[in-house]
Design a protein around this ligand. Sequence first.
Ligand code: FE
Length: 354
Amino acid sequence: MKTRMPLIAGLSLLVGAVAACSNPTETSETDSAEAAPSVLTIYSSRHYDSDKALYAQFEEATGAKVDVREAGASQLLETMKAESDQSPADIIIAADAGSLWRFKDAGLTQALDSDTLRNKVPANYRAADGHWYGFARRMRGIAFDPSRWSAEDLQTWDTLAAEDKAGEICVRSSSNIYNLSLMGELIHRLGTEGAQTWATAIVGNMARNPQGGDTDQIRAIAAGECSIAIVNHYYWIRLGASEKEADQEVAAQTSFVFPEFSEGSGSHVNITGAAISATADDLELAESFLNFLLTENGQTYLTTETKELPLLPDGPLPEGVDRLPVFVASDTPMDVYGENQAEAQRLFDLAGWN
Ligand code: FE
């Protein structure tokens, strides 16, 4: 990470957001006493108390009311397809660029042309056509047993394909979006053939059939089932930050590395992002919410509990992430994850990665 800034007072930024959002509709101020507040309906695949605090802050700043529906991303996708042009959704929040791509691919999002967002969100962390933007960063990397390997042994993804990793790798199923997006970048970097060779070698080196979630893979290292786990960084950080001693022990027994694709390529990054729904009625309010996510407060509430990293380079870092190694982020456009998604699943299937 290039910058590690302490949490500084976000008051000035919040005040800026209030000023920018205080008049989200064209209705005249004199009518506001009688007018019902504008409602922003958010469909979110996240389930965190800190998100509730985030929405409350936005309500306070704008006078709008936030109505949230939380469910898994695929459930929200099916719901929106069924609701069609009657969907009340204004904003879609999802973890993983590959997930946001699915909403866009189903015609459920709309482009937002915003200089503010374009200036703040690096080009590779948003859809080129403006259909979604990233607001917090999350990285898929490798947790490992430091008594078996050093970070130098695991500098690139292809080190996992080597024979000395036979029976050492734990990873979840291939249909999981995090694996599909990682594979999307591998296809982009290595080509179809290279990516398939990689996936086949990983299957050959697995300690067990894919099962469970990312945290289960890290626990499996501590339990001696494997010595390498492909997981998102925040699961490892959360174990270390847990109040349970057993979780802290698992974190203490493992290390973490952000492998590159080749030397100097940078490491795989993903995002929690948001899109404006195709059916959003108050575009100004929807846009002001996205701008709010990039204020100091927005960045803080998005990341404190999740242990993601802020998107803004000087954003406040959540407690515990200072355990992570320094990394350089890949500049691969995240549109690639969606575009390669079907191919990624096809290659995983061919490799026998369940
Ligand atoms: Fe996750």
